[in-house]
Design a binder for this molecule. Structure first.
Ligand code: FAD
Length: 181
């Protein structure tokens, strides 16, 4: 997904792949904000900026841009986007949350791969410092929202690592029922 930003050439609004914004969705121009698919905004945990390209992040960014425009005292900076996608293809299901799972050599990430021949389930987990940075799976039931929160909260999985690798969904649900407050 690539937004059309050519029309901004010479406007003083800085662009890269999208319109560059800070954590308040402010562009490089005063009194101009951008949000959603057009915005290249901070990624979680940073420091890079990315086009999130999904609806929940567009909503979160739009809320911040609106509050910033209105000078709302309750304005909080954007937490940064965590990639989160689910798909159905040729009768299979797939899910991908976070980063660090695209290549086996993902920098210093600790990669765990499982494949169940009976069910066709495949999952791949990337941890860094015992914290989840990414998970991708085919034909395995996972809760994308919960896994996003496990990443965002940088939850230390040391105490339940083996169980998380074997049963990511149930372990993440158990963890978040304890920690959500
Ligand atoms: C096929 C497809 C499937 C997707 N599936 C998912 C999904 O399952 N989950 C998910 O989270 N995200 C999904 N997305 C992404 C999600 O739709 C976008 O991230 C989200 O809609 C971005 O919101 P936005 O407000 O930035 O842009 P948009 O929703 O594109 O809204 C931009 C609006 O601006 C209007 N506009 C454009 N130019 C002008 C102009 N010059 N003047 C006035 N109005 C203008 C457009 O008509 C449009 O209504 C999908 C996207 C596509 C294309």
């Amino acid at each position: 997904m690539r937004p059309a930003c050519d029309y901004l050439a010479g406007s003083g609004i800085a662009t890269n792949r999208g319109v560059l914004v800070d954590a308040m969705m402010q562009t490089s121009a005063p009194s101009v904000w951008a949000a959603g698919d057009v915005a290249e905004a901070p990624a979680f945990p940073g420091p890079e900026r990315v086009i999130a390209g999904i609806l929940p992040e567009a909503v979160a960014q739009g809320r911040i841009a609106g509050m910033a425009m209105a000078g709302d005292a309750a304005l909080q900076p954007y937490r940064g986007s965590v990639p989160c996608n689910t798909y159905g293809f040729f009768g299979e299901t797939a899910i991908s949350v976070g980063t660090g799972v695209a290549t086996a050599s993902a920098d210093d990430a600790e990669i765990h791969v499982r494949h169940e021949h009976d069910t066709g389930a495949y999952w791949r987990i990337a941890l860094r410092d015992n914290r989840l940075v990414g998970i991708a799976a085919v034909n395995l039931a996972l809760d994308a929202g919960i896994l996003c929160e496990v990443i965002r909260r940088e939850i230390d999985l040391s105490a339940c690592k083996a169980s998380f690798i074997a049963e990511p969904r149930d372990t993440a649900c158990r963890l978040m029922s304890r920690l959500w407050r």
